[in-house]
Design a protein around this ligand. Structure first.
Ligand SMILES: Cc1ncc(COP(=O)(O)O)c(C=O)c1O
Length: 430
């Protein structure tokens, strides 16, 4: 094993992160190669910096006019230079400040500096690299975002165990989740990814459920298991109901117990309406870790980043920074939230006026971009095809059980018509 990997492992051995590493997680290191040496030169080479493969003239990077004119608010350095492996420092600091602002009860000193990754999917994939070997199990919700199966299952060869998160009652099936976690804990290690607001159900926990999930993770750790809990906060902030827990569970898990490693995956993709910008953040938190172990763990992540995409896209990071600093952003986000909330309310109105459909039962939903129906007696994929081919209505079938509707992408005045079509089509298929 490389000596640098051994050094990082020796800092992390004895922490929950050290115990949770995959074989790749143990092997990976951040080389003292081009990037590290160039970083040192950036600080100290006051005569000439001949380290990195970029091209400069008069102290500025060379830039083609079409690029410069296409990004008129960015300087050449913001537009075309390489970003540091874990992201532009100012962007990382600004996002950390945002996490603290959006989560008033989080301990500001209890988590790492966020590292920038090229979108949340990439971040999840990097965590799979660090913490899952072939044959390991990760728990997630049933239903869950289909990319989890691809990332953890197909890519890493891990077993993705979908736990029925929604029973017949309203809200989360806490007993079922508890049972699945307790079973996994018997192996000594629990890995779980929680995604709230959830894709595809559109559900986020109530305050009471947040307490119950916190108790579950605490008791699991107290029982002696190491717990990796990944909070996929892609849709954070889009909460539409009073009793929903409006902070990330990451803040709670990060402070719980030294056997709990909490990881927050978040970013502007959905929250700030920049789906194609490809910026995401990975943040670590554990009651058993401190500054030096966070540094070592972020270095491990940097090894994963350097060995795959090398670094995330620089102009996207600076655009993000400008967005966070722009005085118009908060007002515009409030307006956009209002659009989504109005669409959500229209869906709720329709369902209240048309209860007890014989085939379609909505899963609980209170947040995010989506809601889903559980289909009984007909195949969700057949319903999707019928809606598309006969009525021109596009929806998503998840297996043969669930039909997902993205109310986020329909206008409020289209909602009633869309849902009426879905209801009538499903009823006609029985
Ligand atoms: C639950 C969830 N996590 C992560 C992502 C991925 O975000 P990104 O586009 O930044 O990779 C999505 C996108 O649909 C999602 O639904």
């Amino acid at each position: 094993m490389n000596i640098l990997a051994e050094e990082l492992n020796s800092v992390l051995d004895g922490t929950v992160a050290g115990r949770l590493f995959s074989k790749l997680g143990r092997r990976i290191y951040f080389p003292k190669g081009i990037i590290a040496q160039s970083g040192e030169a950036k600080k100290h080479a006051h005569v000439a910096n001949a380290t990195i493969g970029m091209a400069f003239k008069d102290g500025k990077p060379l830039i083609l006019s079409a690029i410069a004119e296409g990004m008129p608010t960015l300087t050449p350095a913001e537009a075309v230079t390489y970003a540091p492996t874990a992201g532009v420092e100012a962007v990382r600091n600004a996002w950390k400040k945002e996490i603290i602002r959006k989560n008033p009860s989080i301990n500001p000193d209890g988590f790492s500096l966020p590292a920038v990754v090229p979108g949340l999917s990439a971040g999840i994939s990097y965590l799979a690299d660090l913490f899952l070997d072939e044959g390991d199990t990760i728990l997630t919700s049933d239903p869950s975002w289909d990319n989890y199966a691809l990332i953890f299952g197909e890519r890493r060869g891990a077993a993705v165990q979908e736990v029925p998160f929604f029973g017949d009652a309203d809200g989360l099936n806490i007993a079922g989740i508890w049972d699945a976690v307790a079973k996994a804990a018997k192996t000594g290690t629990v890995r779980i990814i929680l995604n709230f607001p959830n894709n595809p159900s559109g559900y986020a926990p109530t305050k009471k459920e947040a307490d119950e999930l916190t108790a579950l993770i605490r008791e699991t750790a107290e029982g002696g298991a190491d717990v990796l809990v990944i909070c996929d906060d892609a849709y954070f902030g889009l909460f539409y109901e009073e009793d929903t827990y409006k902070e990330s569970l990451f803040g709670r898990f990060a402070a719980l117990h030294e056997r709990v490693l909490a990881v927050k995956i978040d970013g502007p993709t959905k929250e700030d309406y920049v789906w194609g910008l490809r910026v995401g953040f990975v943040t670590f938190g554990s009651a058993g870790m401190d500054g030096s172990s966070y540094d070592a763990l972020v270095k491990k992540l940097m090894g994963i980043i350097r060995s795959s995409v090398s670094c995330a896209n620089t102009p996207a990071q600076y655009l993000m920074l400008k967005t966070l600093e722009d005085s118009r952003t908060a007002g515009e986000k409030k307006t956009y939230y209002g659009y989504l909330e109005a669409r959500y309310r229209k869906v709720k109105e329709f369902l209240a006026a048309n209860p007890d459909h014989p085939i379609l039962k909505p899963l609980p939903f209170n947040s995010g971009y989506f809601m889903s129906f559980r289909c009984t007696g007909i195949d969700a994929e057949e319903l999707r095809q019928e809606l598309l081919s006969k009525h021109g209505v596009g929806t998503i079938a998840l297996g043969n059980k669930y039909l997902r509707v993205a109310f986020s992408s329909a206008e409020a005045d289209q909602i009633e018509g869309i849902y009426r079509t879905i209801f009538e089509t499903a009823a006609g298929m029985k």
